[in-house]
Design a protein around this ligand. Sequence first.
Ligand code: MG
Length: 276
Amino acid sequence: MYLSYLIFSDLDGTLLDEDTYDFSEAQDAISFLKRMNIPLILCSSKTREEIELYRSQMGLKKEPFIVENGGAIYIPDEKFNLNGISYQVKHGCRVIELGIPSSFIKKCLDEIRKETAIEVKCLSKMDIDEIVSFSNLPPEQAKLARQREYSEPIVFKGNEEKFNQFKKAIREYKLHLTKGGRFYTLMGGNDKGKAVFLLKTIYQQTYPKGNFITIGFGDSPNDLPLLKTVDRPVVVKKKNGSHMKVDLPNVYFTKFVGPRGWAEAILNLVKEENND
Ligand SMILES: [Mg+2]
């Protein structure tokens, strides 16, 4: 029996600065995790290509990662035991798909628009300048953000009544809506928590003698399922000085904002003696 931590982390507004997408304030804490051999599993609403970019900047190679709000789990490392779990092989990884195709989501949205005359725009149909103005992403990353496979971030125009009408319509199509830092995202029944739970199961069946402690980081409502699934939820402080309201036992609210708060929590919660 050995103990190990598994770190599951959101990106935007959590490990990345919510405006500049910079993570330099967390760099030392990332290096600390690497030295300790503790996996840092990115779990974001971002697309595979966006997450790959940050994984390479952070020097993450073999760690699994979760894309598009739990739409799919990517497993680059052959060592994992996926017995009993169906997967595909894509982009050199084993991929467990939990979401529904974004083409289906777009088709449903077209129907909803016809039925309700609601004005709603998908990120994948925006031009690059529009994405940049909504997200502050560099244009190169905005292109990667459009490559959706399992989810559609949307911008909604209209009053509360229209929004309620929209929510009712998407329920009829069995779609789900979740809120990240900037966008609402439309998707199937997947969420970050389901993906985290399955990945923990995979770690457990790969290392039957392991005793894993999961720590999860987030800042927005789309992180709630993740925070509920882990042993130690961490809510990272926003730039406006607030924390998302979370009513969970054992939750850690960071004192510092964004990546600096992320690093603070890693250094306070990860104890060296637990990893031998
Ligand atoms: Mg976030």
